[in-house]
Design a protein around this ligand. Structure first.
Ligand SMILES: *Cc1c(COP(=O)(O)O)cnc(C)c1O
Length: 432
């Protein structure tokens, strides 16, 4: 399988190249040349399969040219070491994707990508140097994803004094192959340094460099596995299945569309956003107008220019009409999100984080607008304890904090302070 750039100004590449490059050289995002349909026999029988078997069969379509069968199996088994249960909440189902090491669904994509990259580095007999800039949250996910993955070393650049102590501990206490670089500058400076380092010819000739940004195709594909998995857990698959996806950059929704195109019998996907509603707006008007993001309680979805929009356009041949056949968009205020958290706690004794609550609102809104009976599945993308303050304020009482979060505060930080200069970063990278 080859992958092309959404801008069509770069030659198509293998899965290996697309993963190691991250962004295409023309500035586009890599996307598979075709989305193959699983065989009818497979689609009739996958509901009896394990998560690992489903993941393997889906991934094989895209990776068989680049990864041997046994290796792909190992990568899948090492990535998916945590459960993804489907819970009944009222007349809805909730797919809990937050039982990984950083308690958010981004563990799925990041852990898979880290192992794939480590494997590709092994074949080049050189350690892979992974660079990532973070303003807070992604640092932890990337650090945990690559932690102890052979043939990789990760440098996390973060702005000194501008991330919360809890966020900082998530990527500064691991040690081993994870190096935290505290930059005397802003998040934009960190991003710029990563960009410059990746383009620096001296570094590129002496090191095998990659970036761990969220647009990597190796993060997107594994997210399609759990759409199949959730379907196997539903009690009544004869009703039309509707997935509600809390969305920011739309990687999660794009993965759901890929699952649907592969033959998963999805009736519809709901793109549920907070008031950063560029995409629901596009579905309604046919015009895409990016704008500056606005801060909300579901802050991982505060995105004003969703990066995966170009992949959706590519999949749907630039047709908003065809997109509307598969996707319904809704956006919700913080007030509604908070009310939903409180209501689910009171009526069903179920705790949503603000992002999961937006997904639940999406299902409710869809039900109100349509007469038909559906089998609704809301994707819960973060553990409520990760957003404890917002949740506690919404429900008016304190909530239990899992051991993994509590432990963090006692671990020792390991940090290298660097100036805001490429020269300084270059020294650190070459010194090792
Ligand atoms: C990143 C994130 C989202 C949004 O996912 P996209 O793939 O960017 O649409 C939703 N919820 C949480 C908790 C996230 O961290």
């Amino acid at each position: 399988m080859l992958f092309h750039s959404t801008r069509y100004q770069a030659a198509p590449v293998s899965f290996r190249e697309a993963t190691l490059q991250g962004l295409a050289p023309d500035g586009g995002l890599w996307i598979m040349n075709e989305i193959p349909r699983m065989s009818n026999a497979w689609l009739r029988s996958f509901t009896k399969q394990s998560f690992h078997n489903i993941a393997y069969d889906v991934a094989w379509n895209y990776m068989s040219d680049d990864i041997e069968a046994d290796t792909l199996r190992n990568i899948i088994e090492e990535t998916f070491t945590f459960p993804m249960p489907l819970q009944k909440v009222g007349n809805c189902n909730v797919l809990e994707l937050f039982h990984g090491p950083t308690l958010a669904f981004k563990d799925v994509g990041a852990r898979f990508m880290a192992r794939v990259m480590g494997h590709f580095a092994k074949n080049r007999s050189q350690e892979l140097i992974v660079l990532a800039a973070t303003s807070g949250d992604t640092g932890g996910a990337v650090a945990h994803a690559f932690y102890d993955v052979p043939h990789t070393r990760v440098f996390i650049l973060y702005p000194c004094g501008k991330v919360t102590p809890m966020q900082e501990r998530q990527f500064t206490t691991l040690g081993r192959n994870i190096v935290a670089l505290e930059v005397d500058g802003t998040f934009d400076d960190c991003q710029e340094l990563v960009k410059q380092a990746l383009q620096n010819s001296e570094l590129r000739t002496s090191l095998l460099l990659a970036s761990a940004n969220s647009i990597n195709i190796a993060r997107l594909i594994p997210q399609s596995f759990y759409y199949f998995w959730a379907f196997t857990q539903t009690t009544d698959p004869t009703l039309p299945v509707v997935y509600s996806v809390p969305s920011g950059n739309f990687g999660n929704l794009t993965a759901g569309i890929i699952a649907k195109k592969m033959g998963l019998p999805v009736h519809r996907l709901i793109a549920a956003t907070n008031i950063n509603d560029v995409f629901p707006d596009y579905l309604q008007t046919g015009r895409f107008a990016s704008r500056a993001s606005v801060a909300t309680v579901s802050n991982a979805m505060d995105v004003g220019n969703p990066s995966n929009f170009v992949r959706l356009l590519d999949i749907y041949g630039n047709s908003v009409e065809r997109m509307r056949e598969d996707i319904t968009g809704f956006s919700f205020s913080d007030e509604k999100t908070v009310r939903m958290m409180r209501q689910c706690c009171e009526e069903h004794d179920y705790l949503f984080d603000p992002h999961g609550a937006v997904a639940m609102l999406g299902l409710r809104a869809y039900r109100e607008a349509h007469e038909e009976r559906i089998n609704g599945i809301a994707l819960a993308t973060a553990h409520p304890a990760k957003f404890a303050r917002s949740v506690e304020r919404a429900i008016g009482k304190s909530i239990p904090i899992p051991e993994t979060l509590l432990q963090l505060s006692t671990e020792k930080k390991q940090v290298i302070s660097v100036a805001n200069s490429l020269e300084n970063i270059r020294e650190v990278l070459l010194r090792r």
